[in-house]
Design a protein around this ligand. Structure first.
Ligand SMILES: NC(=O)c1ccc[n+]([C@@H]2O[C@H](COP(=O)([O-])OP(=O)(O)OC[C@H]3O[C@@H](n4cnc5c(N)ncnc54)[C@H](OP(=O)(O)O)[C@@H]3O)[C@@H](O)[C@H]2O)c1
Length: 226
C-alpha cells in the first residue's frame, strides 16, 4: 500500500473572501489569536508547503519562532519552472527545504532535496507519495496560495481544510481567493463537512473535512492527531 502524508490546508481570508490585495501584496488578516494558533500548528507538522507564487509575493520564512534547523518543519516549495530566487528566505539555513519542480526543469537550488516529477504540470499525487515513502514526511501543512490550494482540491489530496475569516474587507475582483487557478469543479463544487467553528479574536476559524474523504478508504490515507 502506498503511503502519503496527512494533508491539511490552512489559510486566512477576509470577510469578503480574499487572501491578499488586488496587487497580490500581503494583507494582515489573522488576529493575534489566529497567529498563535498557526504557530502552534506549524510546530505539530512535519512540513509546510507553499507554491512559488507565495514565495515571490511574500518571501516567507516558513519557520517556527525559536525553532532550530533540526526542529523546524521541512519547507516544501512547488516551483515547476524554477522561479524561486536564490536569495529567497525559504532557501536560508533556518530549516531544511525540498524544492519540487518539473522533470524538464534543470534549475538547481542549494537545498536539501529537489524532486523533479511531472511533465506539463507537477504530479501532485506522485510528489505526496515520494514525500511519504522516500523522505518519511507524515504530515503536510499547505499554506497557500490560491492556485496551490486549488491543485490540492482538484487532486482530492485534502484531509482537513481550515480557514480563518478575519474582520476586514479587502475588495477587488482580481484579489486572490483561497481556491484560485483555472477552476475545475462540477456545478456542485467540492462538498465540505463543517467540523468546527471557533471565534478567535475579531474573526472565526472554520474547520472542514472534504466529503470525498469522509467514509472513503483512499489507499495510504493517513490520519493525524495534529
Ligand atoms: N492569506 C493567506 O493565508 C495566504 C497564504 C499564502 C499566500 N497568500 C497570497 O496568495 C498569493 C499567491 O497565490 P498564487 O495562487 O499566486 O500562488 P501560489 O499558489 O503560491 O503559487 C502558484 C504557482 O505555483 C506553481 N504550482 C502550484 N501548484 C502546482 C501544481 N500542482 N503543478 C504545477 N505548478 C504548480 C505554479 O507556478 P508557475 O506559475 O511557475 O507555473 C503556480 O503559478 C499572494 O498574493 C499571497 O500573498 C495568502
Amino acid at each position: 500500500m502506498t503511503m502519503r502524508p496527512f494533508i491539511h490546508i490552512n489559510c486566512a481570508m477576509s470577510a469578503d473572501g480574499k487572501i491578499a490585495g488586488e496587487d497580490r501584496t500581503q494583507v494582515r488578516i489573522s488576529s493575534e489569536e489566529d497567529k498563535a494558533r498557526v504557530s502552534g500548528l506549524r510546530r505539530k507538522y512535519d512540513s509546510i508547503l507553499v507554491g512559488v507564487g507565495t514565495v515571490v509575493a511574500d518571501d516567507p520564512h516558513l519557520t517556527v519562532k525559536g525553532a532550530s534547523y533540526d526542529t523546524n518543519p521541512i519547507r516544501i516549495v512547488l516551483d515547476p519552472h524554477g522561479r524561486t530566487p536564490d536569495e529567497a528566505r525559504v532557501l536560508n539555513e533556518a530549516a531544511p527545504t525540498v524544492m519540487v519542480t518539473l522533470e524538464g526543469c534543470d534549475r538547481e537550488w542549494d537545498c536539501e532535496e529537489t524532486i523533479r516529477m511531472g511533465k506539463e504540470t507537477i504530479d501532485l499525487p506522485g510528489v505526496m507519495e515520494a514525500l511519504g515513502e522516500d523522505i518519511g514526511i507524515e504530515s503536510v501543512l499547505v499554506e497557500g496560495g490560491g492556485r496551490t490550494i486549488s491543485e490540492f482540491f482538484r487532486a482530492k489530496l485534502v484531509d482537513r481544510y481550515t480557514v480563518f475569516v478575519g474582520g476586514l474587507v479587502i475588495g477587488g475582483a482580481d484579489a486572490p481567493t483561497p481556491c484560485d487557478g483555472s477552476g475545475w469543479v462540477s456545478e456542485d463544487g467540492v462538498k465540505l463537512e463543517l467540523m468546527d467553528c471557533e471565534v478567535l479574536g475579531n474573526g472565526a476559524l472554520l474547520t472542514f473535512e472534504p466529503r470525498f474523504r469522509i467514509g472513503s478508504s483512499q489507499a495510504g490515507e493517513r490520519t493525524c492527531s495534529c
